[in-house]
Design a protein around this ligand. Structure first.
Ligand SMILES: [Zn+2]
Length: 185
């Protein structure tokens, strides 16, 4: 193994319904805090790749068909086109709307695909966390600056702020999962 750090690639496919969103806002409000959080405890480089290419069949499909079905469909569409690379690559579909009344995103634990709505700032960090091994049971709420702030993998609560970090236990879960992908476990 070489001395240079390996890179975790987080691919963000923008659904056609968010294509008019400012990429500056996406970076400043959603991705920079998440990237800083990941870099704070990982011995990896972290790269977000934004795909805003309007790919028919990939970025235009109906994701409001039930969350489980939607994420299965998403994985199927990427696989069918050979767009999934094994290893340190995760693939998030970013949508304007929630998946249903109560679901702001979905991803399976330690798998490669997920979907997150931009309606709440936490959803992208929440679903990326699941793909990296973070679980609800290990989420935490912090009291900071006079208010309660949830770590990324807490269930969404509109009365609480966003701590823009994972809990210590979820940081450990994420490190453990990534170690299995880099062959250092
Ligand atoms: Zn969750």
């Amino acid at each position: 193994m070489s001395d240079s750090k390996e890179t975790l690639h987080i691919w963000l496919y923008l659904h056609d319904d968010v294509s008019d969103m400012s990429l500056i806002s996406l970076g400043d409000d959603y991705l920079i805090p998440l990237k800083n959080e990941l870099l704070s405890f990982l011995d990896l480089d972290v790269r977000f790749i934004i795909e805003d290419t309007h790919t028919p069949g990939v970025t235009d499909f109906d994701y409001k068909i039930g969350p489980e079905q939607a994420v299965a469909d998403w994985e199927e569409r990427l696989k069918a086109r050979g767009l999934i690379t094994p290893g340190l690559h995760k693939y998030l579909l970013v949508t304007r709307d929630d998946l249903d009344f109560t679901t702001k995103g979905i991803a399976k634990i330690e798998e490669q695909v997920g979907i997150a709505s931009i309606k709440t700032y936490m959803a992208i960090g929440h679903e990326v966390g699941h793909m990296l091994g973070a679980v609800h049971e290990d989420a935490e709420t912090f009291f900071e600056g006079g208010w309660w702030k949830d770590s990324y993998t807490k269930s969404y609560n509109p009365l609480k702020g966003n701590a823009h970090r994972y809990s210590d236990a979820n940081r450990r879960n994420i490190k453990r999962h990534l170690a299995t992908l880099t062959g250092e476990s």
